[in-house]
Ligand binder design. Sequence first.
Ligand SMILES: CC(=O)N[C@H]1[C@@H](OP(=O)(O)OP(=O)(O)OC[C@H]2O[C@@H](n3ccc(=O)[nH]c3=O)[C@H](O)[C@@H]2O)O[C@H](CO)[C@@H](O)[C@@H]1O
Ligand SMILES: C=C(OP(=O)(O)O)C(=O)O
Length: 421
Amino acid sequence: MDSIVIKGGGELHGQIPIAGAKNACLTLMPATLLSDEPLTLTNAPRLSDIKTMTELLQSLGAEVTSMQGGQVLAMSSHDINNHTADYDIVRKMRASILVLGPMLARDGHAIVSLPGGCAIGARPVDLHLKALEALGAELELKDGYVHAKALGGLKGGIVDFPFVSVGATENALMAATLAKGTTVIKNAAREPEIVDLAHCLQKMGAQIDGEGTETITIQGVDRLNGATHPVVTDRIELGTYMLAPAFTGGEVELLGGRLDLVGAFVEKLEAAGVSVSETDKGLLVARKNGRVSAVDVVTEPFPGFPTDLQAQMMALLCTADGVSVLEEKIFENRFMHAPELVRMGADIEVHGGTATVTGVEKLKGAPVMATDLRASVSLILAALAAEGETVVSRVYHLDRGYERVEDKLGACGATIERVKS
Ligand SMILES: CC(=O)N[C@H]1[C@@H](OP(=O)(O)OP(=O)(O)OC[C@H]2O[C@@H](n3ccc(=O)[nH]c3=O)[C@H](O)[C@@H]2O)O[C@H](CO)[C@@H](O)[C@@H]1O
Ligand SMILES: C=C(OP(=O)(O)O)C(=O)O
């Protein structure tokens, strides 16, 4: 298993290009199952999760060709010749559940393994299933698999979510594009990845209104055509690298960065004393004076502060001046980075969904273990400004969501290398 070795100290200066969003690409790829014409995605990120989704789609009969080093994915799903998404692939990646809605909508049947929980929480899929039932699907859970049928085809209906779910909104949205009649999704997720999916589906001929708001209305059509679509910028990769100069001092320009993707996060960054400005090419982040200030953070669905940036923000606040309180409202077990940061000298107390961080002057390098995707990168960020050497092990988590992290940070002056084993 590879590890990442970082020697802390030294400001960062330079530019970092931001890739297309993992969480958008993983929902755009299953959309290929809705049409027998080709769907081409440009600006795809080069990540292990994309390879896993490629394998899953290929197992269902889709052709997926990766071009330009992985930045272009040409997909074609002339026929779905296997309607079962197997446990061995689904268990690797929760986004696999997103093939359920499209297969059901196109062919009226699908069998998909339940993804199960993961390190950050139980992560049930009941809302995905209820949404599909509201569109007329009959569902049965057998031997760990969801068996779904809609033999006369899906029918438009009202999908009223009790709380916001990104994944369930995506599954419902894709399924509704081919359902007969009108579907209204209430309390829909408003994440940029949902808007990106809706824009791609619109290019494929879907009739969708209200994406980016709480109510999405879909008028079902008989078939969808092919399209070419660029994957939206990864707001989580963007936020992660915006934090790098906040840890180390210096100035970094994030190429392709957009304020509208990271509004709530930027508010907190500025409150902590970090400056953010727009440039022709993206966003410029600088921390010119001493320590950052403590700030309180509550994670919420978009447009609130994203759960996927909570670990990285906590790492920053470990050396802030004062006491910060972070409340995690999306996932019940998303503080696994806290004990690892404590190994580096942080003062963090976790009670349920709340972490209280009392800033210390400096963290110290240590051997630490990545427990999940965002936890991994929070440890790398912390290590950039820590005294001495940090070795982050189990970085396969990192490779799910960040391409070439060592090259991107190394280009700005960080002392960071991947050690293969
Ligand atoms: C609202 C939110 O911030 N969602 C995040 C979530 O999306 P993801 O789509 O994975 O998760 P959801 O948005 O569906 O989950 C939101 C909440 O709803 C619960 N839930 C979800 C589905 C369901 O059927 N039943 C149920 O109870 C989840 O356990 C969670 O507490 O993780 C992604 C990866 O970290 C993030 O990029 C998303 O921003
Ligand atoms: C937890 C994440 O991804 P996933 O939902 O694929 O586990 C994430 O993107 O931070």
